[in-house]
Design a protein around this ligand. Structure first.
Ligand code: KG4
Length: 338
């Protein structure tokens, strides 16, 4: 018997719905929110309002594109947290209402686990995900973590940032160069024309597998401050080199700890997840490490690097198999847990 799951994602500024049947993706609809562009970052109140406008058409479209009828859904999986409380409430409340009206189970999904399990979304029936155990580098605007994944529901964070996330470092450095928000993709494209060795920025000394990016941000800021005194046109003249050097430093920091973890734990199956995994230098370095260290690497398709409901639906699918449902009194949570 087939299992059909509707996934709903509304943790930040993307409203998304997806339908997955027996692990194979039938649809994945994402509505972004351009309203935040003018503010240089996500405005929580505006995000919740936009989710309220988007949620019904996005869910209807996901069901339509999947070619299924609402009555064929076996369960509704929704992002329960972490995320912005007002945004989460829209998706959680909608999921509860729809599941209750269809009289089907609800499944609460941790957004970070969903990013990791995105690797198991199948686009065709014979696609395969990573084998257990594997290490997942989860890098986004809010998180930088190394996770040891022993099973679909057995994950251990073995390292994480003690201050800023990798995406935050990209975004904040881009902001001081006047590159707009989110800065990561802009830094990535400008870096293509620059020299990654043009500038040296400080790298952190943090114990174990933990990360730190606040020192890099300060070092970047001080370089600009000092050079701008000598030459007010410094940023404009060196934009590509600054981006390339910043990007190379972030990638070096991320990969050094990941390599250490992989060697210490003897794990050669390594995956990448989260918004920053769209970064081409990081993706290239993963491929390079596969050759150099014999890793089997798993790099997500670009559509699954950012927030999407397909990853919520696949997580819901695995929880459905274990009958791991939640009750109507489940409430969203904003803080990071995995
Ligand atoms: O996972 P995600 O979509 O959501 C949040 O964490 O909110 O990650 C967004 C982050 C932002 O910091 C953005 O600048 C970064 O991912 N990002 C990138 C690239 N694409 C997105 N950073 C570097 N290079 C990219 N190509």
């Amino acid at each position: 018997m087939s299992i059909t799951i509707l996934g709903i994602e509304s943790s930040c500024d993307d409203t998304s719905a997806a339908v997955i049947r027996d692990g194979v993706m039938l649809s994945n609809v994402i509505a972004g929110q351009a309203v935040h562009e003018a503010y240089g970052g996500v405005v929580p109140e505006l995000a919740s309002r936009a989710h309220q406008q988007n949620i019904i058409p996005v869910v209807a479209e996901a069901i339509r594109r999947a070619g299924v009828d609402r009555t064929e859904l076996d369960a509704i999986a929704f992002t329960c947290g972490p995320g912005l409380m007002g945004s989460l409430l829209v998706g959680v409340s909608f999921a509860k209402g729809l599941a209750t009206s269809l009289n089907i189970p609800m499944i609460d999904v941790n957004h970070l686990q969903a990013h990791v399990l995105a690797h198991f979304i199948r686009l065709k029936p014979d696609d395969k995900g990573p084998s257990f155990p594997f290490l997942c580098l989860l890098v986004s605007g809010g998180n930088s973590q190394i996770i040891k994944v022993s099973d679909y529901d057995d994950m251990e964070v073995i390292g994480q940032t003690i201050d800023d996330a990798a995406g935050e470092a990209f975004d904040k450095c881009a902001k001081v160069m006047g590159l707009g928000y989110p800065g990561g993709p802009v830094v990535n494209s400008l870096a293509a024309e620059g020299d990654p060795k043009a500038f040296a920025f400080s790298k952190p000394h943090v114990k174990g597998y933990d990360y730190s990016f606040s020192g890099l941000k300060t070092s970047f800021l001080y370089t600009l401050r000092d050079r701008l005194i000598q030459d007010p046109g410094f940023i404009e003249k060196n934009r590509a080199d600054l981006c390339a050097s910043l990007q190379a430093t972030v990638v070096d920091i991320l990969m050094a700890k990941l390599l250490k973890a992989a060697e210490d734990l003897g794990i050669k199956e390594v995956a990448l997840a989260g918004g920053v995994s769209a970064n081409t230098a990081l993706r290239d370095t993963f491929m390079d490490y596969a050759l150099r260290y014999g890793w089997t690497v798993h790099i997500p398709p670009l559509a699954f690097t950012t927030d999407n409901a397909a990853m919520v639906a696949i997580t819901g699918y695995f929880k459905y198999l274990k009958k791991d449902f939640c009750l109507i009194d489940t409430v969203p949570f904003s803080r990071v847990v995995i």
